[in-house]
Design a binder for this molecule. Structure first.
Ligand code: SF4
Ligand code: SF4
Length: 292
């Protein structure tokens, strides 16, 4: 099964626009949105909820009324998660679930409980399975939730005998982003021709290379800054990186987003034409020998 991950050095580079459009241009696919902090792929794909799952990432301490208010837990908690009182209580946002307080409590008043950190969903968009998720605000176990999204997407793909999983990756180079990259057969990094774009691109390329993934670059809105785009192109050439395409700025993209459609569904879209050429190049990689 081919896993295509679309990533970027930071958010807002057009990654989801590209992923949403590719969903219309490929057959036999499962879509997976691995941006669990701010998912929006389901907003541009028609979306019917099939099933919802709860995600438990890590544990949190809980204090019962057996507490004798000795204050030991407050002294030993290095995350300042203990709230003084009678009985004492826990600040769930500060608690890291390390278990130290459980070990030292003389009254056996503390226990660690599973902590619900978010939900993940199986939806359907025009007969295409879509797996997406939402991390509870303030929770930090996004890498684990991304792993659940990928696991479910693989399951669904195997059961439905689908050939490709298209992953809309988490932006940046943190834990959820690397969880999107590991296991991918091919990574498509979306760059933007801005002052910070080169720096973001270099960081994400370094991350992809660290995980030894096969990858290529797409420059989005390339014509907004032709000299920066030219710089990225020559940088790719100098570093032996494949440039899979350049998508021009197109007002149709924003119009498509407003009406909740992939841009390839819009007539006369120059961005859509470029995305279709990129899709053909990707198909050649996956299946070989598809004519342009
Ligand atoms: S260590 Fe146990 S008994 Fe002492 S304050 Fe904490 S919870 Fe209460
Ligand atoms: S589990 Fe660790 S972090 Fe949480 S309250 Fe106890 S000592 Fe503090």
């Amino acid at each position: 099964m081919f896993q295509l991950a679309i990533v970027s050095g930071k958010g807002g580079t057009g990654k989801t626009t590209l992923a949403g459009s590719l969903s219309s241009l490929f057959d036999s696919i499962v879509m997976a949105d691995c941006d669990v902090d701010a998912p929006n792929l389901h907003l541009i794909l028609e979306n019917k909820l099939i099933e919802k799952f709860e995600y438990y990432g890590g544990k949190k301490a809980e204090i019962s009324d057996q507490c004798i208010s000795c204050g030991l837990c407050e002294k030993f908690c290095r995350f300042d998660a203990i709230i003084r009182g009678g009985p004492y209580s826990i600040d769930p946002y500060a608690c890291e679930g390390c278990g130290m307080c459980v070990a030292i409590c003389p009254a056996n008043a503390i226990s660690l409980k599973d902590n619900k950190s978010g939900d993940y969903f199986l939806s359907q968009s025009n007969e295409i399975p879509l797996v997406h998720a939402l991390l509870t605000p303030g929770e930090e176990t996004s890498g684990g939730l991304v792993a659940e999204v990928r696991k479910l997407a693989i399951n669904v793909a195997e059961k439905g005998k689908k050939e490709i999983i298209i992953i809309d990756g988490a932006p940046g180079i943190g834990c959820p982003a690397t969880s999107s990259i590991t296991g991918a057969t091919y990574v498509l990094a979306v760059a933007e021709p801005t002052v910070s774009g080169n720096h973001d691109l270099a960081r994400i390329v370094e991350t992809i290379r660290h995980f030894k993934r096969d990858f290529g670059i797409v420059i989005n809105k390339w014509d907004l800054n032709t000299s920066k785009s030219a710089f990225i192109e020559s940088w790719c050439g100098a570093n032996g990186i494949e440039l899979l395409g350049k998508i021009p700025f197109d007002e149709q993209v924003e119009k498509a987003t407003i009406i909740g459609k992939p841009v390839v569904a819009m007539d006369d879209s120059v961005a859509a034409q470029a995305i279709k050429r990129i899709a053909l190049r990707l198909k050649r990689k996956i299946f070989g020998g598809v004519e342009e």
